[in-house]
Unconditional design. Structure first.
Length: 298
């Protein structure tokens, strides 16, 4: 089923993100995690690429496993920065062959190799990739958005202007980068609506469970760490068990606030740990039930 059609029958959606194992690990090492995540009744699962697109073949293989074994909607990440049009065409054919109807169209990170030269017939950015998918496929297309702006964007307004180009190119729905301050998301949501962006927006949640994790996230995304979360990190950084518990509680509180506000979906960055998703969903089971019943009666 296409994700854009799911919004017609249910809102909010709950989804999980997983990533393929590294190339030197068997692909089936992820399957036990998928089994556990499936038992939590998500509306879909997304499967990422490795760094630089290093696991793109496994991304489609795992997406196919989710789609065809469990009959659960999957969405495959597709990045384009180092792909030729022929490579993207091969991916499109593989998606069709494996009955995968949804893609998250991304530019991807530039390779760290200083000698890197982009393909002459490639794609400059996600807008061009979305346009290509829309013109040449019947796929449901998701696009990324950044409540605190993309790290390379001049400012948030410029980033929202670029997001509007993704929407105009043919995106069907949006998934946010992780964030830790809901008020920043609410402000972002108001801004994109004023720009005429009215697609469903699924919010990304990642619990902070250890002190190294937050440093990596900030370096990668430039996320602002709100005072409330900073106090948790400072208080419990040398007590891993306490930090795990407090970080999970923060993520649960953040999720409840988002659902109460009325977001279109919650996308949990699981880091391939089903226990993370179980704890969050176990703490909001009654809320999730209320929202599901409201969706059915509307």
């Amino acid at each position: 089923m296409k994700i854009k059609d799911k919004f017609k029958v249910k809102n909010p959606l709950v989804s999980f993100e997983i990533f393929p194992p590294k190339a030197d690990y068997p692909v089936d090492t992820i399957y036990d995690s998928i089994d556990e995540l499936y038992s939590l009744y998500p509306d879909f699962m997304s499967v990422t690429y490795g760094a630089g697109g290093s696991t793109k073949d496994r991304t489609i293989e795992i997406s196919s496993h989710i789609q065809n074994k469990y009959k659960l909607t999957s969405i495959a990440h597709v990045t384009c920065i180092s792909s030729s049009r022929n490579e993207i065409n091969n991916i499109i054919n593989s998606l069709k062959k494996n009955n995968i109807h949804n893609v998250l169209a991304l530019r991807g990170d530039y390779p760290k190799d200083a000698a890197y030269t982009p393909p002459s017939d490639g794609f400059k950015n996600s807008v061009e990739l979305i346009e290509y998918f829309r013109k040449n496929t019947n796929l449901c297309i998701g696009a990324a958005c950044y409540p605190e702006k993309h790290p390379e964007a001049y400012d948030l307004n410029a980033d929202i202007d670029f997001l509007k180009r993704k929407v105009d190119a043919g995106a069907d729905f949006l998934i946010t980068q992780m964030f830790f301050d809901n008020e920043l998301f609410y402000d972002f949501y108001d801004k994109i609506h004023k720009k005429g962006i009215n697609l469903p927006v699924i919010t990304g949640i990642m619990p902070i469970l250890n002190k190294n994790q937050i440093k990596a996230i900030v370096n990668l995304t430039g996320n602002i760490i709100p005072v409330k979360l900073r106090r948790i990190l400072d208080k419990y950084e040398n007590n891993p068990v306490a930090l795990n518990e407090a970080g999970m509680s923060y993520a649960i509180s953040q999720t409840i606030d988002l659902l109460s506000w009325g977001v279109d979906g919650i996308h949990i960055y699981t880091m391939n740990k089903p226990s993370t998703a179980k704890k969050i969903l176990g703490s909001i089971s009654a809320i999730r039930g209320v929202l599901t019943n409201e969706s059915k009666s509307s």
